[in-house]
Design a protein around this ligand. Structure first.
Ligand code: BGP
Length: 488
């Protein structure tokens, strides 16, 4: 192993890995869990079909038949059966030396209809078992309350987060968890990539009539955004009341969009792309809508129902740390008639200085350092990098090995930049690469797009032994953690 130059990772730096319930657990309807939007995302592209298939009663055999293929397997988004493998999987995380593990809780395992008064004990017990197993190895659980899923019954009842009533339902759900896991879970995240609710209206917003980018749906998406913001602040308040030692983080998907050229209009486009990207974090980390928000809403022809009480709750309950996912950078501006289009960002433009992943995501480690510095200045709060990584087609050899040097190279270059950001004075508290064990891809690539240090034998159709194998990156990451980032 080549000695790398010394970095400055703090002794208590939280190295680990990240996952989400609906991409990991499997056991879709086990032990009383209700349907979620993620379980039915197969139909997202065709709302009419979704409505036909999913209208209540949703747990009838007919609906189940529609969702289960002829081999009895759920066709997609149903995980790698962590539900039944969690002990073995956590043992592997511990072997790698994880200090933290990011998981999400499926709301519908706790409250099958989203707003039941009494929780489903079996669901709570499952997460308690997982959390206890992590603590057994001194691994800090980092728990996301809502990661790309929503109880389907509540979508039908009140169109998900478009309804203000969903705030109270979410607060009730979160309160149950805070009480149960008090003293056990120190780090919480309210919503995964909350700034993406504009694009994932159905999946994370629970919006049944999300028609994407149409005028009507955009309005619903912005209402969903505002209600999630208020809900995030409310649960922050609740958490601090119930467990003062615990911390609540807010999380966004971070995309650095560089100006296409040094033309002022392109630089402005890049600035405006940042504003749109940071909007929700600005509210939750600074306590109020930023100065640019109104103009943005006017341009999009949307409005939010901000009340006096919302203003107060947002102001008094800012998040404890800021968190983000980072995979790539993009380009803003560069259009022909740039005066007219300034403010739009174009992700389709390629950056000639960067290579791309197999999925066309532009690999940009320095962009991570830039983002860390920007967020440090903007928020002045501890920063947690809760997703990063390379999705790739991995190949299991006949000796059950996976030679993923490309993944090691990607992660090494990003960790180097975290080291540089630490030297810049940025308070980075942890790093949890995405999909530390192979799981279902969120963008519909099933199992083909893998991120893990651990290979899982399952194909896109859900067939396979589900056996776990260590990839080359497993021992590499183990060494990184062991040397606290000094040897990469
Ligand atoms: C993030 C999501 C994750 C995850 C990751 C990788 O946006 O929070 O859930 O899946 O992206 O995306 P993909 O699986 O599409 O490669």
């Amino acid at each position: 192993m080549k000695m790398a130059k010394k970095y400055v990772f703090p002794e208590n730096f939280l190295w680990g890995g990240a996952t989400a319930a609906n991409q990991l657990e499997g056991a879709t309807l086990a032990d009383g869990k209700g349907w979620t939007t993620a379980d039915t995302a197969k139909y997202e592209a065709d709302p009419k079909l979704r409505m036909q298939q999913m209208i209540a009663p949703m747990t009838t055999a007919k609906v189940k038949d529609a969702l289960v293929d002829k081999n009895g397997l759920y066709p997609k988004r149903y995980g790698i059966d962590f539900y039944h493998h969690y002990k073995d999987d956590i043992k592997l995380f511990a072997e790698m030396g994880f200090k933290t593990f990011r998981l999400s809780i499926s709301w519908a395992r706790i409250l099958p209809n989203g707003d039941d008064q009494t929780p489903n004990e079996a669901g709570l017990q499952f997460y308690e078992n997982v959390i206890d197993e992590l603590l057994k190895y001194n691994i800090e659980p980092l728990v996301t309350l809502s990661h790309y899923e929503f109880p389907l019954a509540l979508s039908f009842k009140q169109n998900g987060w478009e309804s203000r009533k969903t705030i109270a339902a979410f607060e009730h759900y979160a309160t149950i968890l805070f009480k149960r896991f008090k003293g056990k879970v120190k780090y919480w995240i309210s919503f995964n990539e909350m700034n993406i609710v504009m694009m994932t209206g159905y999946l994370s917003g629970g919006l049944l009539d999300d028609k994407k980018q149409t005028k009507t749906s955009l309005q619903a998406n912005y209402l969903a955004m505002h209600h999630q913001l208020v809900a995030a602040a409310r649960v922050t308040k609740k958490l601090h009341e119930i467990d003062p030692q615990a911390q609540m983080g807010s999380m966004i998907l971070r995309l650095e969009n560089y100006p296409a050229t040094s033309k002022p209009a392109d630089v402005l486009a890049s600035l405006q792309s940042d504003q749109e990207n940071f909007l929700m974090m600005d509210v939750l980390a600074r306590g109020s809508y930023p100065s640019y928000a109104q103009r943005l809403f006017d341009q999009k022809n949307v409005a939010v129902d901000l009340t006096t009480e919302d203003i107060k709750i947002l102001r008094e309950n800012t998040c404890d740390f800021v968190a983000f996912s980072y995979y790539m950078s993009g380009i803003a501006g560069g259009q022909e008639d740039d005066d007219e289009v300034a403010g739009n960002s174009s992700l389709s433009k390629a950056n000639p200085y960067l290579e791309k992943s197999e999925w066309g995501w532009q690999i940009d480690p320095v962009g991570l350092r830039i983002t860390l510095n920007k967020m440090a200045e903007r928020y002045q709060k501890p920063i947690f990098i809760v997703e990063n990584g390379l999705g790739a087609h991995d190949k299991l050899t006949s000796d059950n090995e996976v030679h993923d040097s490309y993944r090691i190279s990607y992660l090494k270059r990003h960790i180097e930049q975290i080291g540089e950001a630490l030297k810049d004075g940025v308070d980075v508290i942890g790093y949890t690469p995405w999909g530390c064990i192979d799981l279902i891809s969120a963008s519909g690539n099933e199992m083909s797009k893998r991120y893990g240090f651990i290979y899982v034998d399952q194909d896109d159709q859900g067939h396979g032994s589900l056996k776990r194998y260590k990839k080359d990156s497993f021992s590499w990451y183990q060494h990184v953690i062991e040397t606290n980032g000094r040897e990469l």
